[in-house]
Design a protein around this ligand. Structure first.
Ligand code: ADP
Ligand code: MG
Length: 258
């Protein structure tokens, strides 16, 4: 069974794309076949795996709005086992075009329904909003992985996101569940970061991954080379943390399908 996981948080800059790209690449390294779907018009996941968003004739936009077949738009990356359904600025129009479309929440789910079996894991990199694109991701996904940056208002943001997940679950996607919460850009010297991390762990318990992603220069630099951090410099603390996260993610999957 394909695992379809939406990496979501309506806050920008919390590490959604960095998590999507590194998790997808780390899973592909384990001889799995992985599709990364870029749902952000900024196209950072696309460029993060080495594809220039400006070079693309067709993107996820065409699958969502023009009903183009996504097999024709998916690209293989230079990373063995990892493919990308890319995005670029064209997707910015999709919010408005989807707003009045029939079954507007279901477009992504319908677009990928024929390719499920081709991949072991599909990772959806969501945009920084709870708009119709994120709702499409929550409708198409089986689970949600939430990156949380340990700073002020992290908990408030989380409860809004969980409210949206609950609404999608009740109305269209009954089996949707929270895959896990990952603490990102963590700085252990920062008292507030430690306090927020403790709050998140007290509240969400075992849903919070043991792996904590530190603030790390490799992860910040790697996108400018079009490489996931885990491949650009595997020894760095950030890469090691994402490799641990991927292991936890895969271990959970094995437990739940046993
Ligand atoms: P989002 O997708 O939630 O907007 P990004 O993953 O794009 O967030 O991260 C925002 C910025 O922070 C990017 O410039 C990214 O390279 C950088 N970044 C993300 N995670 C880390 C980290 N653990 N350490 C250092 N920089 C990071
Ligand atoms: Mg992003």
């Amino acid at each position: 069974m394909t695992r379809i996981v939406a990496v979501a948080n309506q806050k920008g800059g919390v590490g959604k794309t960095t998590t999507s790209v590194n998790l997808a690449a780390a899973i592909a390294l384990q001889d799995k076949s992985v599709l990364l779907i870029d749902l952000d018009p900024q196209g950072n996941a696309t460029s993060g795996v080495g594809v220039d968003p400006r070079s693309l004739q067709k993107t996820i936009y065409n699958c969502l709005i023009k009903q183009d077949i996504c097999e024709n738009i998916i690209l293989k990356t230079s990373i063995n086992g990892l493919s990308i359904l890319p995005s670029n600025a064209d997707l910015a129009g999709a919010e408005i075009e989807l707003a009045n479309a029939d079954g507007r929440e279901n477009h992504l789910r319908d677009a990928i329904k024929n390719i499920h079996n081709v991949y072991d894991v599909i990772v959806l990199d969501c945009p920084p909003a709870l708009g119709i694109l994120t709702i499409n991701a929550l409708t198409a996904a089986k689970s949600v992985l939430i990156p949380v940056q340990c700073e002020y208002y992290a908990m408030e943001g989380l409860s809004r996101l969980i409210g949206s997940i609950e609404r999608v679950k009740q109305s269209i996607n009954l089996d949707l569940f929270i895959e896990g919460i990952v603490l990102t850009m963590f700085d252990a010297r920062n008292t507030l970061a430690r306090q927020v991390s403790e709050q998140v762990r007290n509240h969400f318990g075992s849903k919070v991954y043991q792996a904590v992603i530190p603030r790390n220069v490799t992860l910040a630099e790697a996108p400018s080379y079009g490489r996931p951090g885990i491949l650009y410099n595997a020894a760095s603390s950030g890469s090691q943390a994402y490799l641990s996260l991927a292991k936890e993610f895969l271990d959970h999957g094995e437990k739940s399908t046993r």
